[in-house]
Design a binder for this molecule. Structure first.
Ligand code: MBD
Ligand code: FE
Length: 277
């Protein structure tokens, strides 16, 4: 079928079996996606077997809870970030910490801590990492009482809640900034995440000739009264996958320098003190 015939077919679908006005936005989106899918099926000569294989793949991915992992894996989440960047640029907004993908592993309800937090429960190995910063508004003024939600993987690249072997909310906190807009946390160094071996995302990435690894990273939401929420991450600069992220999340401006403290006494003091509970 040529495109004209496909357009005519879709138009007929719109006038058959009608019971009411429906939802105009849904109608517009579904019509467009259906039309584009039909064009693709025609252009690529997709067979019924291929079509049903694809549909069953998506159904299976949904059953396994992996649809939210396929979205960043095919780059759609990064694409949506670039569109938000463009929308902000059009609105005259610029500067500040760049956004990047949220990913599928955030959970709500992490403990809320004022100013300084310890994220790890102390039961797992890993290099101690300390990070601090200031939440600022668009004019550069510190924001007191802003919420910084932090979450990251453990030494095996696994996230609490999804990994039931970890304690509840391990490596997840909401930190409220102090009067100077500052937040600070202590945790253990994360290791890069990899998609579940043999899962739906892994199967697709293998067929695409790609890996499913992310560089080590720490996720953040930053939000405050009357401000838009920032969704971002930092990436650990020494990770070999730094610029080879299957989810396309690494961005210029999100790779802070990591300073290592080789002073054993200082590190011991940090380990035994409780400055970040
Ligand atoms: C992650 O940890 C992540 O951050 C993203 C974007 C996708 C999969 C796992
Ligand atoms: Fe992540």
């Amino acid at each position: 079928m040529d495109r004209q015939a496909i357009d005519a077919l879709v138009a007929r679908f719109e006038t058959t079996g009608v019971t009411g006005p429906g939802n105009p936005r849904v109608k517009t989106v579904v019509k467009r996606l259906l039309t584009d899918l039909m064009y693709a099926m025609e252009d690529l000569d997709i067979s019924p077997e291929e079509f049903w294989t694809g549909l069953n793949y998506l159904g299976e991915a949904g059953k396994r809870g992996e649809l939210g992992l396929i979205v960043p894996g095919v780059g759609l989440e990064h694409f949506m970030d670039l569109r938000l960047d463009e929308a902000e640029a059009r609105a005259g907004l610029k500067g500040g910490t760049p956004r990047t993908i949220e990913g599928p592993l955030y959970v709500t309800g992490a403990p809320v801590v004022q100013g300084e937090a310890r994220l790890d429960d102390g039961t797992q190995p890993g290099e101690i990492v300390v990070m601090s910063g200031v939440v600022r508004d668009e004019k550069g003024q510190p924001i007191a009482g802003a919420k910084v939600e932090v979450w990251h993987a453990n030494h095996l690249g696994n996230y609490s809640y999804f990994d039931k072997s970890q304690s509840a909310f391990n490596l997840r906190r909401t930190i409220v900034t102090d009067a100077q807009g500052r937040y600070k946390f202590r945790s253990i160094m994360p290791v890069g995440y990899s998609v579940p071996p043999g899962g739906s995302t892994d199967v697709l990435l293998t067929l695409l000739g790609r890996h499913g690894h992310r560089p080590a990273h720490i996720h953040f939401f930053a939000h405050a009264e009357g401000k838009r929420k920032l969704t971002t991450q930092i990436n650990i600069e020494t990770d070999p996958h730094l610029w080879d992220d299957f989810a396309f999340g690494t961005r210029e401006g999100l790779v802070p320098p990591v300073k290592t403290n080789s002073d054993a006494a200082a590190m011991k003091a940090l380990e035994t003190s409780k400055p970040f509970y």
